[in-house]
Structure formats: structure tokens, C-alpha cells
Design a protein. Sequence first.
Length: 447
Amino acid sequence: MSTAQTDRMSDNDRSITGFVMISHAVVHTYELSIPILMVIWLTEFSVSTAILGTAVAVGYGLFGIGALPAGILVDRFGSRELVLVCLAGMGGSFLLLSAAQGIVSITLALCVWGIAASIYHPAGLSLISTGVEQRGTGFAYHGMAGNFGIAFGPLLTAILLLFFDWRLVTAILVVPAGLAILYAVTASFDEKAAVETQPDGGRESGVDDDTDSDVDTDTGGTTDEQADGQMSLSRFLSDSRALFTLGFTVAMVVVMMNGLFYRGTLTFLPDVLSDFMPDVAEQLQLFDPDSPMAEEFDPASYLYAGLLMVGMAGQYVGGKLTDRIRTETGLAIIFGSLAVVAVLFVPVAEAGLVPLLIIGSVLGFLLFSLQPMYQATIAEYSPPGERGLSYGYTYLGVFGVGAAGAAIAGFLLSIGTVWQTFAALAVFPLLGATLAIVLRRTGDRRG
């Protein structure tokens, strides 16, 4: 392959990258629009934060729990079809939300969303790894699109709520999934292009050549695929046992601490911010005080979206730091800083709008700078041949176990003050910092 070829993405690379970028952005658009809607649901259905937090935690939990079985389905049916199922399922779930009549129907709709959304990461990442020759560039664009969705989802939802009822807004939010599906069915690409062009005759490096021995010449046709299907469960169990060394196990607990704090702080943050925000619309005379827009305008939702945008800078800085310092050290520093920010958040926020903007920006920056740190750490403590399985467990920890953070935060807010809730949530980053220090001393890196 020429230098010009290696420096530029092929048409196939661009087609796949465009597909996963749109799909990834849509996944996170839905994920982070939910906390904005929760502010309305708390009033609309007269439910406590504990009950609503638990309902949302179920949907978010399925987002993570479904990652492992989704990975198995990807290997069997391919990525493109499953991403289409994911998009259709997420769009359908928000259509169900638009007809929700209470907490039960909200929970059911969010369960549909969680199951559908859980398909994306194993399918999307697998598609990049097998179809995009310029994988590093593909992963970079993929991550940027996800960050865009994280910030765009709350912002779009907040703007739409200025003009429409929340039920119509959730119905309108079906459109992004529809557009992504339209792109997918019109795009043309080869899912296996990067594997087929490997110099070893079509087999991707890192795949065990011993699988050729699974062909049963006596029966005249037992394929590798059939043999792999028969051995999939036992192989999954044996690979999992080999993966969970002491170092990887500690790293997984660190990942869970991130997930619990991430979900615990972000889920109710729009509602929490509204307690500290001044009435900007009235002070700046943005709307007629008696107009519907004045009634619907919630500055806390826009601040929330802004904090998530700051998180994009945190992602960039965190990623750069992974190349310059040991990731365990970076995790310990960031987790420790987050514990301090959690304890100080309410006292600083109560001091005024500018202090609130500062402490909120620091929270958003630190929270998202953790992501590239723990992703790189998982790579260091897992062998290259088990990388897919290791990230399956990672998403299970971040999104599955981490979903309990929503229920925990909701319960804490129902029995205590906002400051007490943030102080209690600070336990998670404090444990994460401690475990990161322990992890540095285990010394069994395998990456």
C-alpha cells in the first residue's frame, strides 16, 4: 500500500465512518436528553426522585447489560443490520415515550431504549475494526461524534421544549434515528474490508490460526463458523476466566466507580442546577413575562448542555495525557479532584452565578477526562487478543452497574439535601482514586 493510500481514508472508510458517526451521535443524543425530560416528569406525574431515578436506572442499566449479548450477536449476524435494529428500537422507544401516561409506561419505554441502545457500541466498534483500514482516524471521528451527541441531545431537547409540549418533543426526537436509518440503507460499504486486505492472506492479525483445525474433513463440511458456534459458550467462559487477573479486576472496579458517579451526578443535574440558577429570562427581559416561552424557558437545561460541551475539552486533554503519564496516576488525580469538586459543588454554587459556572465547568471537564483514561487503562490490563471481550465487560461496568448511580442519587435526594447527596456521591471517586493507586502497584499490565 502506498504512502498516499495510508494517509487518506478510502471511500469505504469514509462511508463506514459516516455511518458510525451519525449512529453514535444519535445514541448519545437520546441518552443525555432523558435527564432534561426528567425535570418535566417529576412535576407532570408527581413522582419522587427516588421512584423516577429507579425507573431511569432500569433503562440505563439495560444499556450496559445488553452489551455482552449484543457482542455475540454482532459476530453472528454482522454489524450493519444490528446498528439498524438499534436505531429503529431507539426511535420506537421515544415514540412510546410520547404516549406515556405514567411512571410505568415511562419505565417500559426506557427499557426498550436501553435494550436497543446496548447494541450500538459492540456493533459500531466492531464495524470500525473490521471495515476501516485507517482505524485510528475512524475511532477518532467516532469519538468526536459521540461527544457531539452528548452535548447536542440536551441542547436540542431544551430548545424544542420552548416551543412544544414534551410529548411532541419526544415524538420529534424520533427524527434523528430516522435520518440515520435513511443514511444507512443508502450507504454502500464492505464490513470486512480491513480484514480482507490484511497481508497474511485475509486473516486479521491477532486471530488464532488454530481455528482451521476445527474443520471436520470426515463429515465433508463442518465449517469454522459451526464449530465456533458450538464452542462459543465454553470459549466465552474460559476467555473470561483468563481475562480477570487481579489487575484487570481492580481496573473493572475503577471503571464501575466512574460509571456510578457519572450516572449519579448527571441524571438529576438539570433539576439540581435549577435550584441555583437566577431567573435569567426575567433579568435580561428575553421574553414577555406572560408568554408561554417565558414559562417553558429553563436556563438550567442550557447550563447543563454547556457543561457537557466543556466535557469535550476534558475528553481531548484526558486523551493526550494518556500518552504522557501512567494512566493509573491520571485516574488517581482526576478521581481525587472529582471527590473535592463533589463536596464543594453546593457551597460554591450557592455563592452566585459566576462561581456556579466555574464549579460546573470543572465538574464537566473532569468527569469526561476520565473516559480516555479508563479506556486506555483497560487496554493496558488486557491482552490484545481479548480486547473485544474486555471492552464488553467495560461497557457492562460503566453503563450497567453504573446505572445504579441514578437510583442512588434519586434516593439520596429524596431523603436529604443536595449537598448531602453530592457529599455521599463523592465516595465513588474517592474509592476510584484509592483503587487507581492500588492498581499502579499490582504491576501485571498485559497490554
